[in-house]
Design a protein around this ligand. Structure first.
Ligand SMILES: [Zn+2]
Length: 231
C-alpha cells in the first residue's frame, strides 16, 4: 500500500519538475528576445580636430571617451543589446569643408540618435576644472525629461561600483545641445576629472576603464529593466 502511494507521489513530483523547467525555459527565452529589441546609442564625445579636455597628464578626452565607449559596446553586445556608436574612430562627424565644425558635429550626433530611436543614449565625456582637488563621476540629464532624470540617477548610483567614495549627484541641465535636441532619454556621463592627477591616471588605465564600463552597463541594464517593469 505504502509503495503505491510513494510511486504516485514520485510521478506527481516528476510531472511538477517538468512543468517548472518548461516554464523557466520559456522565461529565459522571452528575456533574451526582450533584450535583443533594446537598442542603445553610445556617443563618444569629441574626436578628430576636437580633442575635448586635455588632461593634467596630457591624455586627451577624445581618446579616453572612445576607449571607454568601445568597452561599453562590447559588454552590452555580449548581453544581447544592439549598440550603435556615433563614432568608432578618432574623427569628427562634421564635413571637412564645414565653416562651423563643432555645431555640425553636434547636429550629426543628434540626428543619428533621433533616427536610431534607441531606448537610451549614453554620451561619454571627461570633465575638467581649474583646481586639482575636484574629482568624481557626474551624470547630467535634461531638466525637462523625467526618463532622463531617472536614468541619470540610476547611472550615478551605478558609478559607486567604480568609485565608492564619490559623493556627486546627478545634475539637471537645460542648455546642453545634445540633451535639448534628442528625442529619447539621453544622459551625459562625465566619467571623471582629467584635471585631477590621480583620476586622470586612473581614467587612462585599462583597469579603471573596465570598472567604468561595467558601471555604465549596469546602469543601462537597471534603467531599462525599470522601464520594462513599468510597462
Ligand atoms: Zn567633453
Amino acid at each position: 500500500m505504502y509503495r503505491k502511494i510513494e510511486l504516485v507521489l514520485l510521478i506527481l513530483l516528476l510531472i511538477g519538475l517538468a512543468a517548472v523547467s518548461r516554464h523557466l525555459e520559456k522565461q529565459t527565452l522571452s528575456e533574451k528576445v526582450d533584450t535583443k529589441e533594446k537598442v542603445v546609442v553610445v556617443d563618444c564625445g569629441h574626436g578628430g580636430d576636437d580633442p575635448g579636455k586635455v588632461g593634467i597628464n596630457d591624455v586627451l578626452e577624445k581618446d579616453i571617451n572612445l576607449q571607454i565607449g568601445k568597452r561599453v559596446k562590447k559588454k552590452l553586445e555580449k548581453k544581447g543589446y544592439e549598440v550603435i556608436m556615433t563614432r568608432e574612430k578618432d574623427e569628427t562627424l562634421a564635413e571637412k569643408s564645414s565653416s562651423n565644425k563643432k555645431i555640425q558635429d553636434m547636429k550629426a550626433r543628434v540626428a543619428m540618435i533621433n533616427e536610431t530611436a534607441p531606448s537610451i543614449a549614453i554620451s561619454i565625456h571627461q570633465n575638467s576644472y581649474q583646481g586639482e582637488s575636484v574629482h568624481g563621476a557626474q551624470i547630467f540629464y535634461y531638466s525637462h525629461s523625467t526618463d532622463g532624470e531617472e536614468a541619470a540617477k540610476i547611472m550615478q548610483e551605478a558609478f559607486l561600483s567604480a568609485d565608492p567614495d564619490n559623493t556627486r549627484q546627478a545634475k539637471a541641465n537645460d542648455t546642453y545641445y545634445l540633451l535639448k535636441r534628442t528625442e529619447v532619454p539621453t544622459i551625459i556621463v562625465e566619467c571623471g576629472f582629467l584635471s585631477n592627477r590621480k583620476e586622470a591616471e586612473l581614467l587612462a588605465g585599462e583597469e579603471y576603464q573596465k570598472k567604468v564600463a561595467k558601471a555604465i552597463v549596469s546602469g543601462v541594464e537597471k534603467y531599462l529593466s525599470s522601464k520594462t517593469i513599468g510597462k
